[in-house]
Design a binder for this molecule. Sequence first.
Ligand code: ZN
Length: 276
Amino acid sequence: MERQADLHTHSTFSDGEMSVGLLLQKAQSLGIKYISVTDHENTRQNEYIQEILRYTNFEIKVIPGIEISTDYQSHEIHIVVYYHPEETKEINAILEPLREKKLNRVKRIIKEIEPLGFNFKKFSLDNSRTFNRMCIARYMYYNSNLKTIEEVFKKYLDNNNKEKNKSEYPNTKEILSKLSKLNCFVGIAHPDFLKDWDKIKIIQELIKEGIKGIEYHHPIIPDYLETKVLNFIQENGLIPLGGSDFHGYDTKRRELGKYNIPNSSAEYIMKYLKLF
Ligand SMILES: [Zn+2]
């Protein structure tokens, strides 16, 4: 069983640090055969990739993907969505309001940090990207003497007026119901909440709403949980998903090429979506 698929990565179209072209190049050089650039609430990375692939001869196969933050009974549930490019417009109609909310949240947080002496003048709020706290953290990291991204979060972002800046994620079921009308494949991303295995109930409920796969191999899923999740996947006829969740050079734990999953998962999704 070959493991050369990484179906969870990020580029500069959300909170990643690497451009999509460079990301594809790096992935290919590491022997990755299937990749998905699952930027948060965005499809533009995939549109851009289509252009790159049209004019270059990359061998790596790219499955259009997105990650969406949702809320289910006060649990933050991230989902990964793989879709057919023909559905871009419809998917974007779902994502647009979510991106807008995240942008407004980031603007609110910046307004609170600015008086502490940080200058955000060079922080570009380019609307082809999705903004979140990681984007602020990275900017602060590169424009200060703070030593790590973690330090930025600890000092400025983790306690930053938590209630007022609380994310307002959409309800998981609502999003799944909208997606169920389109040609896409939806999975649960990094379910580390399953450290409390009773919460498998959440997943059982969401399977009824159209979840077809679960990430089992991911930097934040410990080995013991990986085995448990994989067993659950097999018992329930789901597709094993996962990937590095690579964001760039400064988040070293999430290394490209270190969290590959079986090629058969990528091949299944491509067939399911009728890609290629
Ligand atoms: Zn991610």
